[in-house]
Design a protein around this ligand. Structure first.
Ligand code: ADP
Length: 495
């Protein structure tokens, strides 16, 4: 016995035992009850009179009885069992979870003669623990289904939670990240700076990222670095501070963006149409000059011939006129070359993806303008022999025209169809519910520089027609039966 402090009197001890909320029961090494406090009566439902001198076995549910001899053997060997979790049974048969502490009882000579057991009913504790776990599981289930990954860190930067989406995004299993510094998920130089960021925030409250979304770089387990959008929130619970980070992988979005940019670059000569419109007026001016000059020279020649005596000068002036006309022809040749953009590269192509790609570009912003788009391509379309970029140019022009035509319409439906039309031809139709073709341009629709639009160049349709005809097809327009216009063209199926 420890005699450093005076031992409490037996009476005091008895009072403590009686007032304890935990069951305090002593037994012999054979498990016969030698003392039984009031809490034991409450917890197990037996009175002291019922238990004293009896074995403890009825207190254990059948499947736990086998544990008892082992426990007593450990006590007999001098061990103190500090945290023992098990189940016990109430007199009424109810089984409940318990936490126990079991210590040896020694006699005056120090021999172990029994065991003292302090038993606590932990039903409530366990229920609230279970409720907590259930809540946590529910939360986890929700977090696992949101498309964003979620990472929770504490004020030391240690990862406390790592959702399934975050696992997929970073290639780490949660166990590999939990308990580690969140730096693990960042490339240099952010990795080195992060602790400082958190510390500075905790010290100054100065927000650099909390409450704001930001695009940052993440590092996957395999070392690849990827862009992600990060939104950080702060949670204060029971004196703790946690930071929640929602992360969204931007790789896909960036890929899409890059693809769109590529397509736009490929099709950039579509925008050359606009450039060309501007160039056309400059060219018209340029062509006008040599033609005016040529006309002047020709008039001079007529005067020279009429005057007779100076007719010898005619060939010289004629050369001047010819030179001016050649200059004009050259300018026109330049314009033609510009319109053509290199050689046409015809290859057998599936039309559906060609149309879809063109539509994706032409229809940017169409939804916002309230336009319903229907794209129907017949499943059995044969391949067509086309220069893909040129045909996409045609499609984009027709779709843009259609969208522009419907700007003031109540009904805005754009219908694009592709189907076999016989004779080894595939027909494409772009129909709108706009006002139809203005009568003043109807006759000359496919001639260059015919437009009804204030900013229009009027070259789109003429180029479309020359591209389609260059492919051995035809392009024409029809009235849409329900109101509006249909532009239709046919292309040859590939052999
Ligand atoms: P731009 O669009 O620059 O005017 P286009 O050659 O593409 O040049 O079109 C010429 C004209 O044809 C347009 O100004 C417009 O009056 C008419 N047009 C083209 N498409 C349509 C359409 N879907 N509905 C009604 N009018 C159209």
């Amino acid at each position: 016995m420890d005699n450093a402090s005076p031992a409490p009197s037996a009476g005091l001890l008895a009072a403590i035992v009686e007032s304890s909320e935990d069951a305090i029961v002593s037994t012999t090494l054979d498990g016969i009850v030698t003392s039984w406090n009031r809490a034991a009566e409450n917890i197990f439902g037996y009175t002291a009179a019922e238990m004293l001198g009896r074995p403890v076995t009825p207190l254990a549910p059948t499947e736990r009885i086998a544990e008892l001899p082992g426990l007593l053997a450990r006590i007999a060997a001098g061990e103190r069992i500090v945290h023992y979790r098990s189940e016990r049974r109430h007199k009424d048969g109810r089984v409940f979870p318990v936490a126990m502490m079991i210590s040896p009882i020694r006699d005056e000579q120090g021999r172990i003669v029994g065991a003292s057991r302090i038993t606590r009913d932990i039903t409530e504790e366990q229920n609230s623990e279970m409720a907590r776990r259930r809540d946590a599981a529910q939360l986890q289930a929700i977090l696992d289904t949101v498309p964003d990954g979620m990472i929770i860190i504490d004020e030391h930067g240690t990862v406390r939670s790592f959702s399934a989406t975050a696992e997929r995004m970073f290639g780490y299993a949660a166990e590999e990240v939990l308990g580690h510094n969140v730096q693990l998920l960042m490339p240099s130089p952010y990795r080195e700076q992060h602790d400082e960021y958190v510390a500075r925030y905790l010290a100054t409250g100065e927000r650099r990222i909390i409450g704001l979304g930001r695009v940052v770089a993440g590092e996957r387990k395999d070392g690849t670095i990827f862009p992600l959008e990060l939104a950080v929130g702060e949670v204060k619970t029971e004196g703790h501070r946690l930071f929640t980070g929602f992360v969204r992988d931007l790789t896909e979005r960036q890929k899409t963006l890059r693809r769109v940019q590529e397509l736009q670059a490929e099709l950039s000569h579509v925008s050359r149409l606009t450039e060309m419109g501007q160039m056309a007026s400059a060219l018209a001016h340029e062509i006008n000059q040599p033609l005016t000059a040529a006309a002047n020279y020709l008039q001079a020649i007529r005067r020279l011939l009429a005057s007779g005596d100076r007719a010898a000068r005619v060939p010289g002036v004629l050369d001047q006129a010819l030179a001016q006309i050649e200059r004009a022809a050259e300018i026109i040749a330049r314009l033609r070359a510009f319109m053509r953009k290199g050689e046409s590269k015809e290859r057998p192509e599936q039309l559906a993806p060609v149309i879809e790609e063109a539509a994706a570009l032409a229809l940017i912003g169409a939804k916002e303008r309230g336009i319903d788009v229907r794209l129907v391509t017949a499943p059995d379309l044969p391949r067509v022999a086309i220069d893909k970029l040129q045909i996409q140019q045609v499609l984009i022009n027709l779709m843009r025209n259609a969208i522009e035509a419907m700007a003031e319409s109540a009904r805005r439906e754009l219908t694009i169809t592709a189907e076999v039309v016989g004779d080894g031809m595939v027909g494409v139709r772009v129909g709108d519910t706009g006002p139809g073709i203005a009568p003043e341009v109807a006759e000359r629709l496919f001639q260059p520089f015919v437009t009804t639009k204030p900013q229009g160049m009027g070259v789109g349709l003429s180029i479309c027609r020359s591209i389609v005809e260059g492919h051995g097809g035809r392009l024409w327009t029809e009235a849409n039966p329900g109101g509006g216009t249909v532009f239709a063209f046919v292309l040859r199926a590939a052999q």
